[in-house]
Design a protein around this ligand. Sequence first.
Ligand SMILES: Nc1ncnc2c1ncn2[C@@H]1O[C@H](COP(=O)(O)OP(=O)(O)OP(=O)(O)O)[C@@H](O)[C@H]1O
Length: 253
Amino acid sequence: MPPVLQLRDVSLSRDGRAVLDRVTLDVGERQVHGVVGPNGAGKTTLLDVACGLVRPDHGDVVRRGEPLPLMRHRDLPRAEIARTLQTLELDERRTVLDNVVLGADHQPRPGVLGALVGRPRSSEDPALRERARVVLDELRIGMHARELPASLPLAVRKRVDLARALVTNPSLLVLDEPAAGLSGPERDELIKLLRSLARRMSVVLVEHHLDVVSRVCDEVTVLDDGRVVAHGPFDVVRDDPAAAAAYFGQAAG
Ligand SMILES: Nc1ncnc2c1ncn2[C@@H]1O[C@H](COP(=O)(O)OP(=O)(O)OP(=O)(O)O)[C@@H](O)[C@H]1O
């Protein structure tokens, strides 16, 4: 079985400067892969490339053995990829449930979710709304389904954003700083949740909170100035001198 995702020797320049420099990374089935590094190291750009949203200048992005084509955001479900952004993209005028339903509505073909709902979707589709409710319940925010996101605390809003991703039934979930702004107990909850999601999907996440990285990630890639300076299990990379110099020496945990 080929890896869920491979980046092979990926390089990308912006404004004449290398943002990613010969990055190689493998994500296995049901593996949680963390990407850490200082601000501006290229982490978010790496996620964009890994999802096919940005084409690298050099190198390959390979999804289950096949080249990943250039994608638009709404194409991601077709590749069974879901992506969250650092900024929450919630529609404040719609209820939590409608926000989640809209996450699936962007799916263009009757593939993954079509198998569940059995026909083209609209936001009124009862099966799709039921699926959205199931996801909200799984994330333990079902009680907020009829509320507007603006009235909810950040931790709940972040779960709504995650629900929008999960409703597409991804096999690869790509998260940009899922723990940003969360308290210690909220991060503990997130850790439990990510572990449980990893029983059925692979996860790639960028994260600055090292408690989350150390307790969730099977493998960690340390990026500095666009280059991989270390990769491996957290306990190994944490003790790596190059990784310590680039990041762990200064990172907040
Ligand atoms: N479209 C672009 N045009 C010019 N420069 C860019 C572009 N995209 C990214 N960069 C630059 O590439 C570098 C890496 O950016 P990126 O957002 O990937 O870093 P990051 O590691 O995610 O940072 P942070 O932790 O602050 O989110 C930065 O210096 C950024 O300014």
